[in-house]
Design a protein around this ligand. Structure first.
Ligand code: SAH
Ligand code: SF4
Length: 404
């Protein structure tokens, strides 16, 4: 395979990515270690990299733009469908071992609330799958009606995207943690989950209101380059707005500091998984707090510039008897006030999972906690669990089929 077209690229930290002159233009390069071997995915290369690749094929650079248009805007799945390319060139690319290589939904589970959880396969013979969740709103299912099954019967939706297979962070309440970290996803594999779901639901980019939350499996800031590479592809190639994207981190301080330096036109909104009102409790439920304390996380968050009216979200998982007590609400309110940040709190009642020894808070406790925060002048919201019956809710994502 011809690797000459990338002479000015330098290797980055992870073997699966390379860095162009702009730190956010990260795209997967080394697919040699992919299970199944010789097929190289085009999905993941941005227009600039595709143009260089075309130049290396002694083709005009604008052919790269045509490929990018086809895979990121028209969502073609096969090289043979890129009809803007001459058929000889399509054949040549295929013979050389290239393929579009977008991840594929291999299984879908549908909840009574309309939520769908997908197992997404990154390469045809890769046994590892990641999980992606589609949460339609306004399809009538919130009112207790059965969702119609019509894929366009929604007005806005949220896609929850994974950034790693498994997670290394080991939060005690999270099912994904049980997997440990299996591997990082490439930029193409992260962005590919989104395009696959947009395609399935025939989303009109720029027409339908679709939000992305990087809150699936994994810790995005421990796969920073590929995560931001994916954001670059989704913004610049697919045409989505970073203002409709939210990335959630467990508080990886070096990641937050890098994030603060990203240009506004590429920077999603930021959510911090706070989950406890003080370092003592946080250290118990999130061992990562022993590495970076709440004060260190908050300091890093202060360096992230906010757009007008933008707020940082503090996510707070309510664990019965551990983080949901009246004194926790008061302490949390004080903590949030002291940060001086433009912030809001999203309350998430803990979603249960096998082998995790916490209890769900009573609905009345969740409401009391919410009222207490509001009473203290904190903007707080209760996040309704979605797709609990198919294990699609927060923290329930764990490459399983048996939970369907
Ligand atoms: N790793 C990132 C993003 C994925 S987790 C992070 O931790 O922020 C997304 C959110 O789900 C986090 O706020 C996390 O605290 C929450 N979460 C994890 N397990 C949960 C569970 N069992 N019930 C409810 N929320 C959970
Ligand atoms: Fe990883 Fe987030 Fe789960 Fe913690 S809550 S183990 S950081 S996925």
């Amino acid at each position: 395979m011809n690797r000459e077209p990338f002479p000015r690229l330098r290797w980055n930290l992870t073997p699966r990515t390379f860095m162009t002159e702009s730190p956010s233009q990260l795209v997967p390069l080394d697919a040699r270690e992919r299970p199944g071997g010789c097929k190289e995915p085009l999905f993941g290369y941005d227009t600039a990299a595709l143009a260089k690749m075309m130049a290396g094929q002694r083709e005009p650079e604008w052919r790269g733009k045509q490929i990018a248009e086809a895979i990121y805007r028209q969502w073609v799945k096969e090289i043979s469908e890129i009809t803007t390319l001459p058929s000889l060139l399509r054949e040549k690319l295929a013979t050389e071992g290239w393929r579009v290589g977008r991840p594929r939904i291999s299984q879908a589970f549908r909840s009574i609330d309309g939520t769908e959880r997908y197992l997404v396969q990154c390469a045809p013979d890769d046994p590892l799958t990641v999980e992606t969740v589609w949460m339609p709103e306004g399809d009538g299912s919130e009112a207790g009606e059965e969702a119609s099954g019509n894929s366009k019967d929604w007005r806005r939706a949220t896609i929850c995207v994974s950034s790693q297979v498994g997670c290394a962070v080991n939060c005690q309440f999270c099912l994904t943690a049980k997997l440990g970290l299996q591997r990082n996803l490439t930029a193409g594999e992260i962005a590919g989950q989104v395009v696959e779901v947009l395609d399935r639901h025939e989303v009109g980019v720029g027409r339908d209101r679709v939000n992305l939350v990087f809150m699936g499996m994994g810790e995005p800031f421990l796969n920073y380059d590929n995560f931001m590479g994916a954001v670059g592809l989704l913004v610049r190639e697919v045409g989505l707005s970073p203002q409709r994207m939210t990335v959630s981190t467990s508080g990886i301080v070096p990641g937050i500091e890098r994030f603060a330096l990203e240009p506004e036109d590429l920077r999603p909104r930021l959510a911090i998984s706070l989950n406890a009102p003080n370092d003592r409790i946080r250290g118990e439920v999130m061992p990562i707090n022993r590495k970076w304390s709440i004060a260190q996380v908050v300091d890093a968050v202060r360096s992230v510039p906010l757009r007008p009216r933008e707020r940082v979200t503090f996510e707070y998982v309510l664990l019965a008897g551990v983080t949901d007590r009246a004194e926790d609400a008061r302490e949390l309110a004080r903590l949030v006030r002291r940060t001086g940040l433009a912030a809001k709190v999203n309350l998430i009642a803990w979603n249960p999972g096998p082998g995790i020894d916490y209890a769900m808070p009573a609905p009345a406790t969740v409401e009391a906690f919410h009222r207490a925060l509001m009473g203290e002048g904190i903007a707080a919201f209760i996040r309704q669990p979605r797709g609990r019956d198919i294990f699609a809710a927060c923290g329930q994502l764990k490459r399983t089929v048996e939970t369907s």
